[in-house]
Design a binder for this molecule. Structure first.
Ligand code: OTU
Length: 609
């Protein structure tokens, strides 16, 4: 394999070079620590023990996964909360046939190990990285689930919340009780002045519900760094013990059959005075070292960066910080600015934002892929598009208010963490609500419903067309509306993201209640997924190239030399300008090559055979 940072590890376990690669990566970060070599030896020894203990079934899987590469175009991903999707881990086992019916070969279950008591940010305040949360099942259930998913050829992706633990994690409790070793696990500021100095350059993630980045903790007589909620304590990744604890937890989870780790809040691991403390070079060194460590135990297990950062910062998570010297880092990463740009294009009726993002994304190393998606459990964060919006003269605040229905639009979303309607922090809401289907349902208006379905298909069509692995968000496949229940739940009422986290409304017979619009969307999506599975041009490894000079509102790009995807975000009927040759439109029910507003089409080059 040409580049070392893709799916295939450059070294495998029990290979001497593997040891030195991990050691070299650790030396760069922790080399100055007293006792560094001894610490490395201990860590390598623990990893080798875990490698020896890796179950036979998983070793066989490693070999198969390394040989087959990333999932092909017939596979899609699905993201769900365990409790809201199926009640428990055992419930998820029962829903495997459902997932198979929609073509799922990659399942991201949001955090399911023990979470903080009380409010816990949907499980992202972790009390135990390895024990299954008793509210969701047992450790034995997890083993049953991973075995059942393996049998169904579905890869399980689990969160690994790297940046912070819950304030009731045993490490935090020990720190509070005065144990110096654990106190050193967390980032702290000693004085209010120090807090002010850091804050001067830091962004705010939850400016309304959790302003600031520090929380005064009297028991420590210090301000604990809390990038997110005050009960999420940022770990100190300059402490090698934090690294080894996290790597070993990850390797043990991998030995229980988890096939991919979503590295939550990857961008925030390293803090440097005077910066935003995001995307720092050491953050990448840490992820590369985690990768090198995991290679000794579970070489085929994937790392996925959850870095919600500007487009220009994304490639570095694939190990491309210096494109001339690629490193093995993450194999997957969320294409977050492209996702937001798709929504921006819907609101602005211009293809400019996604065009700019697409042009800025580099080709990826072999064995790596973008995660393409329409919605996820978080808000749509607008600030990642700040540069593109400035360049195209698009007003992100206007886009946010569009999705909050403020400009008379059909959208029924809500702004997230915005001080006023003027600012563009984020937007909440299910796809159906943001696309106008909720409004159409309320007014029983078929014309509006049709436009809403077109919007939903346009964005899902885009995610299915881009290079990478498309991941559906739970409930979108049946066009579920927003969930209003959070407003009256004291544990959730402060957190607007619950608007788009509805439980799946399973009926006693295992079916889902869908109205006509939900059924039509689900069927159209299923047709598209099935068609995609037959198109090798839509394999993750086939790159994309935008087609320039298109009519206003039209986004068109090639996948390889014989496939074009075209999306009409504009308000007029247009025809894409296709490269010379004869092209056949593939999507059913559309006129050959003209696209009505909000329509899209796939074209394949006709061969003369
Ligand atoms: C991630 O999110 C998770 O996806 C969120 O659900 C958690 O609240 C958060 O981490 C803390 O664990 O900045 O790059 O809606 O986009 O918080 C990581 C805001 C993140 C999220 C943001 C995000």
């Amino acid at each position: 394999m040409a580049v070392p940072n893709g799916l295939t590890p450059s070294t495998t376990r029990s290979d001497g070079a593997g040891a030195s690669s991990l050691r070299a990566r650790l030396r760069r970060i922790y080399g100055d620590t007293v006792g560094f070599e001894r610490w490395c030896e201990g860590l390598e020894h623990s990893l080798d023990q875990l490698a020896a203990a890796r179950p036979q079934a998983l070793r066989a899987l490693d070999a198969r996964r390394l040989a087959e590469g990333l999932p092909g175009p017939g596979v899609i991903g699905y993201c769900a909360y365990v409790d809201r999707f199926a009640g428990s881990l055992r419930g998820v086992i029962e829903r495997i046939p459902y997932l198979q019916r929609i073509g799922v070969g990659y399942l991201h279950l949001l955090p399911f190990t023990m979470a903080r008591e009380g409010d816990n940010d949907g499980g992202f305040a972790v009390r135990d990285y390895e024990r299954v949360d008793p509210r969701l099942g047992s450790d034995a259930d997890l083993l049953e689930l991973t075995a059942a998913l393996r049998a169904a050829d579905i890869r399980l992706c689990a969160d690994l919340v790297l940046n912070h633990t819950a304030d009731d994690h045993p490490w935090a409790q020990a720190a509070r009780a005065g144990e110096a070793r654990f106190r050193a696990f967390y980032r702290q500021a000693a004085s209010a002045d120090e807090v002010r100095a850091w804050e001067a350059s830091l962004p705010q993630i939850f400016p309304r519900t959790a302003p600031g980045n520090f929380t005064r903790v009297d028991a420590l007589d210090a301000w604990v760094w809390t990038t997110f909620y005050p009960y999420q304590w940022d770990l100190d990744w300059s402490n090698p013990e934090v690294f080894s604890e996290m790597l070993l937890a990850m390797a043990r989870l991998a030995n229980r059959g988890i096939e991919a780790f979503r590295l939550d809040s990857t961008a925030f691991l390293w803090k440097r005075p005077g910066t935003r403390c995001m995307n720092e070079p050491e953050t990448h060194w840490i992820v590369q070292a985690l990768r090198a460590g995991l290679d000794r135990v579970a070489p085929a297990v994937l790392l996925k960066a959850e870095a919600i950062v500007p487009t220009a910062e994304l490639p570095a998570y694939f190990g491309l910080a210096d494109p001339a010297d690629p490193q093995r880092e993450c194999q997957l990463a969320y294409s977050s600015s492209l996702m937001a740009a798709g929504w921006g294009a819907l609101a602005s009726r211009s293809a400019d934002l996604p065009a700019r993002v697409l042009d800025a994304l580099p080709a990826l190393p072999a064995g790596s892929a973008w995660i393409n998606y329409v919605r996820c459990h978080d808000d749509i964060g607008w600030q990642v598009l700040a540069e593109e919006a400035a360049a195209s003269g698009v007003d992100l605040a206007a886009i946010a208010s569009h999705f909050a229905g403020a400009d008379g639009s059909d959208a029924r979303g809500e702004s997230f963490q915005s001080e006023s309607g003027e600012s563009a922090h984020g937007t909440n809401g299910m796809s159906a609500a943001l696309c106008g289907l909720t409004a159409a349902r309320a007014g029983a208006d078929p014309a509006r419903a049709k436009r809403a379905l077109d919007r939903m298909l346009l964005l899902h069509g885009l995610a299915l067309s881009l290079p990478g692995l498309p991941v559906l968000y739970m409930g979108d496949e049946i066009a579920l509306d927003n969930d209003e229940a959070w407003r009256s739940d004291p544990l959730r009422a402060h957190e607007g993201r619950w608007l788009h986290r509805p439980p799946m409304p399973w009926l006693a017979d295992g079916e889902l209640p869908v109205d006509d619009a939900g059924r039509r969307f689900g069927e159209a999506l299923a047709d598209l997924i099935a068609l995609r599975g037959r198109l090798q041009a839509l394999s993750p490894e086939v790159g994309s190239k935008r087609l320039l000079g298109q009519p206003d509102g039209l986004l068109a790009f090639m996948r390889g030399a014989a496939f074009v995807a075209a999306f009409n975000f504009g308000e007029r009927v247009v025809s894409p300008l296709l490269p010379p040759g004869r092209w056949r439109a593939l999507c059913i029910g559309l006129a050959e090559s003209t696209l009505a507003p909000l329509q899209f089409q796939w074209f394949q080059r006709e061969t003369d055979a």
